[in-house]
Design a binder for this molecule. Sequence first.
Ligand code: 5IU
Length: 263
Amino acid sequence: MQLPTLKIEIEDKNISIPIRQRFQTIIKEKKSNLCLSADLTSLDEIIELSNLIGKNICMLKIHCDILTDFSMDKIQELKDVSRRLNFLLLEDRKFADIGNTVALQYTKGLFQIAEWADLVTVHVLPGEGIVQALEQAAQTINESRGCLLIAQMSSKGALTNNEDYVNGVIKCAEKYSDFVIGFISQSRLTTSDKYLHCTPGVHLTNTGDQLGQQYVTPRQAIDGRGADIVIVGRAILDSINRVKTAEAYQQECYQVYEELRKI
Ligand code: 5IU
């Protein structure tokens, strides 16, 4: 009779704690500022991998539209793993349409993203209505939700990387600072601790790929580029031992983070 009560308490805790606070607690408690970018096409494989690597990460980033075996039951299974091993789920949807459309893309269709993704990524290109719409839509969900605004991209020639654009993104974050908990960025954008800076394009040995991706090391991402969260994909996914590699990235990223941010 004790077990069901305990489960309800855990669920309630997740529902009641604001997502920003939950994220910061996870990072400190687990000593991890590593986000695994699981760009895999099988949700079964992602679930299996997150059972092995979940203890090392603060967040798991996926692209639901590349999955060949997506179902709401399976994504619930992944959500259960994320709760048990205490990491957030980020759907890297990169919303980029008018408010009315993104609200539908967020809550409806095959993926019903708002039901399971703690966080989503958003382009501010269409204007601030996009964030307003997602925040409103998130209020229909019985759990704390948030988003990361894409301020700068890691890819060669990205049109996002100009000052006016980035300033517009920062302004939008300030206006919707309950729902916007951080940025996807390649540099430190604000001195406020409120916003978590998440940086993709990180690899310890490669400098890029054949399709425009540009890599820096974890140290360069955290030191030079002001990252709080380091997003790592193929450096872990393509390694011979994914678990060992994830452990190595966790240690390296958190050590540099502690050293520089004195947390
Ligand atoms: N991603 C980037 N750069 C960006 C943004 C997102 O690489 O500017 I915004 C995503 C794409 C991929 C992951 O899902 O982060 C990086 O994967 P690799 O570490 O395998 O390159």
